[in-house]
Design a protein around this ligand. Structure first.
Ligand code: E4P
Length: 224
């Protein structure tokens, strides 16, 4: 299983890269809009260089011709760029054409297993069910992940389920147990995965105990 960060913030990316657990990044226009100081292209390239793995950058054009142009342009920015295309009829057509050109597509805004199946058949490499937003609408987001994983496995479809819109650490565990090969999450969720109150208590207690025995003269002598 691979973990991606859902962010356009370069400091967050660099911080998690340091831990050695990050395989990629997903961005979207909402996340990009929060950032300042660099162009869209500059930020995407910066993130690609930092993570050295797939970085999804979303297209906004809705007309087929414009979408194809935008996608080809975005794909040319860096070898790690994955072009994010929202699922609708135009998006599927674009995905089918672009994937045949060798452009890697993340089909986004997927809210049902039917949409996931269509995205995979059109040639998307990554298919992103939005778990949290499905839950918000009163349905079971993780069930869409489970169904998509089952269908892709059963029919040997090469697309990978990228569990997205995850809101808390339990979502990550649920996505892993559902068989999603990738989960993308906000920085705060990844940081929360690291923490456990008993780990903090344990570290503190061991540090205190170590302090006591390291001060013993016998041990100091034994060391020399
Ligand atoms: C994934 O690629 C999306 O950018 C993201 O997970 C959306 O999450 P949200 O529903 O929290 O905005």
């Amino acid at each position: 299983m691979r973990l991606f960060l859902d962010t356009a913030n370069i400091d967050e990316v660099r911080d998690v890269v340091r831990m050695g657990v990050l395989s990629g990044v997903t961005t979207n226009p909402t996340l990009m809009a929060k950032e300042r100081g660099s162009t869209y292209r500059e930020r995407v390239v910066e993130i690609c260089e930092a993570v050295q793995g797939p970085v999804s950058a979303e297209c906004i054009a809705r007309d087929l011709k414009e979408l194809l142009e935008e996608a080809r342009d975005v794909a040319s920015w860096h070898p790690h760029v994955v072009v994010k295309v929202p699922i609708d009829e135009t998006g599927l057509e674009a995905t089918s054409l672009l994937s045949r050109e060798g452009i890697t597509i993340n089909m986004t805004l997927v809210f049902s297993a039917n949409q996931a199946l269509l995205a995979a058949l059109a040639g998307a490499t990554y298919v992103s069910p939005f778990v949290g937003r499905i839950d918000d609408a009163g349905q079971d987001g993780m069930e869409v992940v489970r169904e998509a994983v089952e269908i892709f496995d059963k029919y040997h479809l090469p697309a990978q389920v990228l569990a997205a819109s995850l809101r808390h650490p339990r979502h990550v565990i649920a996505a892993a147990r559902a068989g999603a090969p990738i989960a993308t999450m906000p920085y705060a969720v990844l940081k929360a995965m690291v923490k456990h109150p008993l780990t903090d208590v344990g570290i503190e207690r061991f540090a205190k105990d170590a302090e006591a025995y390291l001060k013993e003269p016998a041990r100091e002598q034994a060391k020399s």
